[in-house]
Ligand binder design. Structure first.
Ligand code: V47
Length: 355
């Protein structure tokens, strides 16, 4: 233990076994070091953005057991939005100040590649300065396989159609055995990492998620972080790491033991300490609840995601996020938690500081 504390004190890079041992530290010791690293980079700022989430379809060919959103699983309301409906939603959000649209779809077997890509093209034609964050690596893999395209070809098509950055979804847990249990048949961990590497090599940024609190072990979480850290050493293309807390409702993953807040905070703190080369740790308020996401700002996180307006994936599984958060509530809560709210753009440039 003294050896581990010395390592933390020195700030040197931590190994897989040291990462696992971090969980044995008490929450406040861990929080102290994570908070120190967070404040060294970002001081008292908490980042957020004004964004809009759009999930254009829930019709899905894939089989993720944790998913309550897919209409092929437990969601009784299948839908596919028309491009006109999507544009009208975007128009409303832009009028409300949104600078980013985050578009994540299910893996629709019949919608066609053009249906996916035209969404981005039409949004960009109508709102050229709006940042389009779209297409998880799982969607890229699915469409590449379905239409017989290489990852390179598909990523180039995304660029041509106006995708600016990629969200971090589809990563789940990289361990192959866990993946086989929770999302067999979806993009492999190697495929996920390859797609992000290729995207970064095109000079574009992306995020990385980790879905935790289901059947994985602590060692699997650390392994996930180490694999991301290795890729980040090569490319530097990840903006944010987002530990997504598994939501238990309406799905086929029969998990009976759920995480407590201590374990969630420890995982946030450990993310900051393990991912020494990844700038932002996002406590995504949708899956951790807004109050715990604010506490997580003392435990290594520096970002909350955004106002979102409408959220369909995690709310289908029980999260209280269906209609997003009001900007004023967001800013007030950050203030009363003792931090300075900083509205950022999708690449973390400062837009406005709310004093
Ligand atoms: O990968 C599905 C997750 C992700 C559940 O990049 C669930 O800024 C919890 O990509 N409980 C998609 N999570 C969402 C995503 C995302 C979200 C927020 C920010 C960013 C970003 C990206 O949703 C999937 C999956 O891991 N998910 N079901 C569930 N029951």
């Amino acid at each position: 233990m003294t050896h581990l504390l010395d390592a933390l004190e020195s700030g040197r890079r931590l190994s897989q076994s040291e990462g696992e041992a971090l969980y044995d530290l008490d929450l406040f010791t861990l929080g102290h070091y994570a908070n120190r690293a967070r404040r060294a980079r970002f001081g008292n700022q908490v980042f957020f953005n004004i964004n809009r989430h759009i999930n254009p379809t829930n019709i899905c060919a894939d089989v993720c057991k944790f998913c309550a959103f897919s209409a092929n699983r437990k969601n009784p309301n299948p839908y596919t939005m028309t491009h006109e409906e999507i544009l009208s939603a975007v128009e409303g959000s832009v009028a409300n100040g949104a600078k980013e649209v985050h578009i994540v779809s299910a893996h629709h077997p019949d919608a066609g590649l053009a249906w996916y890509m035209d969404i981005f093209k039409k949004i960009k034609q109508t709102f050229p300065s709006l940042h389009v964050k779209a297409m998880t690596a799982a969607e890229v893999d699915y469409l590449a396989r379905t239409y017989g395209l290489s990852y390179d070809a598909l990523l180039d098509i995304m660029l041509e159609n106006g995708v600016d950055s990629m969200p971090g979804g589809g990563a789940e847990v990289f361990d192959e055995e866990v993946r086989a249990r929770i999302c067999k048949g979806k993009v492999s961990s190697q495929g996920w990492l390859e797609i992000h590497q290729k995207w970064h090599e095109r000079g574009r940024m992306s995020n990385a998620t980790m879905l935790f609190g289901h059947v994985e072990t602590r060692a699997h979480r650390i392994d996930h972080m180490v694999r991301l850290r290795e890729l980040q050493d090569k490319t530097g293309g990840f903006n944010a790491f987002i530990p997504l807390v598994y939501q238990r409702g309406n799905n086929y993953l029969n998990v009976t033991e759920f995480l407590g807040s201590q374990e969630i905070l420890k995982t946030m703190a450990i993310s900051r300490l393990m991912l020494d080369n990844l700038p932002h740790i996002k406590a995504y308020w949708v899956t951790s609840t807004i109050n715990l996401a604010l506490v997580a700002q003392e435990f290594g996180a520096d970002d909350l995601d955004g106002t979102i307006e409408k959220e369909s994936i995690q709310s289908a599984a029980g999260a209280a996020s269906a209609s997003g958060m009001r900007l004023k509530d967001f800013v007030d809560l950050i203030h009363t938690s003792g931090f300075v709210p900083v509205e950022r753009d999708s690449l973390y440039n400062e837009i406005k500081r709310y004093m």
